[in-house]
Design a protein around this ligand. Sequence first.
Ligand code: UDX
Length: 444
Amino acid sequence: MNITIIGTGYVGLVSGVCYAEIGNDVICVDKDPYKIDLLNKGKVPIYEPGLKELIATNRLGGRLAFTSNLSNAVRHSDIVIIAVGTPPLPSGEANLSYIDQAAIEIAKAMNGYKIITVKSTVPVGTNERLAKLIKSHTNMAFDSISLPEFLREGSAIQDTLYPDRVVIGAECQKAADTMVQLHKPLTQNIVVTDIRSAEMIKYASNAFLATKISFINEIANICEKVGADVTKVAEGMGYDKRIGSSFLKAGIGYGGSCFPKDTSALIQIAGNVDYEFKLLRSVVEVNQDQRFNVIRKLETIFDGELNGTTIAVWGLSFKPNTDDVRESPALEIIQHLVDNGVRVKTYDPVAMESFQSLFGKEGVIWCEDAMEAAQDADALCLLTEWHEFAKVDLHELQKVLKQPILIDGRNVFNEEQVLGTGFIYYSVGRPNLNQGVKEKVPAL
Ligand code: UDX
């Protein structure tokens, strides 16, 4: 099939490459000529394992092209997929101005029937509104499809080529059938439904996963008080098929471009129809507070006096295998430390530059590697579970730190590694492992 994708962000670029990989002819469009230029030179504007290689093979195979000429791309294609950003407005609602603009430009470029598909996450009712907007700018026939995206950064290609399910929201059976054909090589689990339900499936899925994370984080906080181990609790819960084992890792809370944005948007969507989504409000509140457990533990260890200390921070991205730092807990944690007179030394394997572009370069010491960041620090906080941190020998680490204090915000280290070292070690929801100044652990 001939496909045009509008927007070369995470969703657009990865989807485009994967549609090409399964044999379609794909043109990826972006307004930003710099991005298109990079892509045409074989470079990739985002960090995503495997993406660069897949782009190269599919460009070479003649199935994938990049352009900023939207009109030509639309005219060349039967299916046009909108994958532009819907960033949050200050109210929490999604900003739909980019998507509206894309719809109008597609309408003006149309030279015949098209299936116009929205992959961007949009509030319920948006596809219907967009269809009216397109109709007001063209006489050509088209059908609207809602095609919510469920890929995760860091495993985006795997998630796209082997999805758990594909959801297709359609009013027209023929257009739905075409979309089913397109996705059949990827999975048997294809849910065809009405457009509004498809839009809701995306928000409900992300809200549910965010709820699982806040739930296990609260269980972890209780585990610390009652002397239970949250990793064992999660394991014991996860074997129950009704619960499932994924998204039960306690830590410092979720970040990223989706969960924080989509939970706020769903609260707002509910509010717009006079429904207060109390459960989801609490999920957001718990998540916001969870990151400060790291600070609370440090404050207890240093008797409330962080001013003048040197704290090392390992990990800046909101999760491993991505350079994305949007809504990363590290942003607020480091800001709090800097505001309280702490000398912060930090290192991340790939997210240093992206972190600096959001946080600024001032006020923090940026290090070349993990050990350099730890050197002479009074304590170390591990905020992202990058593989290279898990491999560190704690005895070697202990030698470079001024004081062997480790706050493991992601439960990276296990009992075998920690016990027997001289570390004052605090993790999340594992009081049996917390050692060193146990009597000082805050009741969380
Ligand atoms: C998420 C959804 O998983 C994906 O389906 C949707 O399309 C986009 O949003 P992503 O934001 O890439 O994907 O990351 P994900 O792997 O879901 O992790 C989100 C956050 O939750 C991370 O900060 C991660 O550290 C945190 N998390 C995840 C936990 O704290 N515990 C867990 O058990 C799982």
